[in-house]
Design a protein around this ligand. Sequence first.
Ligand SMILES: Cc1cc2nc3c(=O)[nH]c(=O)nc-3n(C[C@H](O)[C@H](O)[C@H](O)COP(=O)(O)OP(=O)(O)OC[C@H]3O[C@@H](n4cnc5c(N)ncnc54)[C@H](O)[C@@H]3O)c2cc1C
Length: 460
Amino acid sequence: MTDLLIIGGGLAGSEAAYQAAQRGLKVRLYEMRPSVQTGAHQTHDLAELVCSNSLGSNLPDRASGVLKNEVRILGSMLLECAEIASLPAGGALAVDRELFARLVTERIENHPNIEIIREEVKEIPGSLSIITSGPLTSPALSQSIAALSGEEHLFFFDAISPVIHADSINMEVAFRASRYGTGEQDEGDYVNCPFTKDEYYAFVEALLQAERIELRAFEEAIKGGVKAGHFFEGCLPVEIIAERGVDSLAFGPMRPVGLKDPRTGKRPYAVVQLRQDNLAGSLYNLVGFQTNLKYPEQKRVLRLIPGLENAEFMRYGQMHRNTFIASPKLLRPTLQHITRDDLFFAGQITGVEGYMGNIATGLLAGINAARLHQHEEPLTLPPTTMLGALCHYVTHADLKDFQPMKANFGILPPLDLTSRIGKRERGKFYAERALGDLTFALANHALAAVPGEFSAEDGA
Ligand SMILES: Cc1cc2nc3c(=O)[nH]c(=O)nc-3n(C[C@H](O)[C@H](O)[C@H](O)COP(=O)(O)OP(=O)(O)OC[C@H]3O[C@@H](n4cnc5c(N)ncnc54)[C@H](O)[C@@H]3O)c2cc1C
C-alpha cells in the first residue's frame, strides 16, 4: 500500500520522500528521467544540480547559511549528502555534483519505505501527493496543474529583473518620484536614476557589447518575446530591446515621461526606475530590466546607471524557462494547495528559488504530508526563520509582481533594534533569532519525539 505519491525526484522531491519515509509513510517517488528528458538535466540520477555546483554560503550570518542551519536542525538528508560531497569553496558549500547526486540516489533507492517509479506523471493524483516537478515540469503535467489552478496561475518563463540593496543607491544622484506625481507615497513611489543623452547612449552601447548567457534550445522562445499565462506581456531582455534601435529603451522601460529631475528641473533623457522589493524597504528592483547578461557583466554595465555606481546586487537578472504557480493565490504557508488539504507543492514550482530553498521546502512538505497522514496539524514555521519567511513570502506576495524569491534577509521581519548596526552584525542577529524561534517552534510541536529522527538539540 502506498501512503504518499511524490512527482519529481529532483532536490525537493528527494528530500520530501526521505522525510516522509523516515516518519513511516510508504512513499512512491515518480521520476520521468531518463525516458523523458527536461532539456537541462544530463543524467538519470535523482537530485541532479542543473547548473552551478554551489549551494550558496555556509557562513552562519549569511541568509543562505541561516537556511542551511535550519534544515540541518530539521534533519535534511540532502544537506548531509552535500556536506559529504563538499569541495573547497571558501565560505560556500560547493559540491562534487556527481557524487552528491549519487549519494542521494543511493539513500533513496535503499530506503525500505521508498519505491522509485521511472515514469512521467501526466495528471495530478487524487490522493495524498507532493508535486515537486520543478521549473522544467513536463508539458502534460503542467496542463493538469493549469486545469486545477486556472491557466492564468501558471507561469512559464522567468523574467527576473536585478534586485539591489537600497543602501547602495546614491541618492545624491537618484531621486524619489512617481510619474506625474500620482504615486501613493508623498515623496514618490519610485527611486529614479536620471540619464543625460550622452550617458544614455554610452549605457546602450555598453549593454549591446556586453557578454550574454547562452540560451539553450528550450529557451530560444525568449528571443521572440516571452508570453506566459495571462500575467506577462512582452518581457524581453533589455539588451534585446536595445538591439531594435538605439532609442528603443528610451521609449520603452527607460521612458522618462512624467518625471522631472529636481536637481535640473528638467525631464531627463531617459530614466531607470527602481521599485521597492520587500516590506522592509531594504531591497529595490530595476523595473522592466529583465536581462540575460552574464552576472559579472550585469554588475559592470548596470553600475553605469547614474546613481548605481556602487550598487550591491542581491539578485541578478535572469531569463530561463521556469514553470511556477501563483503561490500567493494557490498555496498556504504549510505548502498545501488552497483547495485540497492532501495536495502539497514544493521546490521551484512554488516560486522558491535556489537549490537550498528547493531542498528546504521539500523537507517541510515531506514533514507536513507525514503529519497530515498521521492526523497531526501541518506546520507553519515562524516567519522569523528563513524557511518560514520563504513560505510566507511565496504565499503572501503581491500576485501582480510575483517572481521567484531566494533566501535573503529582506524577507525577514525587521529586527527590533535601538541603534544602527553593520550588515554583518545584523546577519548575526537575524541568525540567532531564526534558530531560537525554530528550536522553540519544534519543541512546541514535539517534533523531537519522532522515532529515529532528529531532536532540536542535535543541530542547535
Ligand atoms: C536551467 C536552470 C539553471 C538553474 N541554475 C541554478 C543554479 O545555478 N543555482 C540555483 O540555486 N538554482 C538554479 N536553478 C533553479 C533551481 O534551484 C533548480 O532548478 C532546482 O533543481 C529546482 O529544484 P526542484 O526540486 O524544484 O526541481 P528539479 O531539481 O528540477 O526536480 C524536478 C524533477 O521532476 C522531474 N519531472 C518533471 N516533470 C515530471 C513529471 N511529469 N513526472 C515525473 N517527473 C517529472 C524532473 O525530471 C526533475 O528530475 C536553475 C534552474 C534552471 C531551469
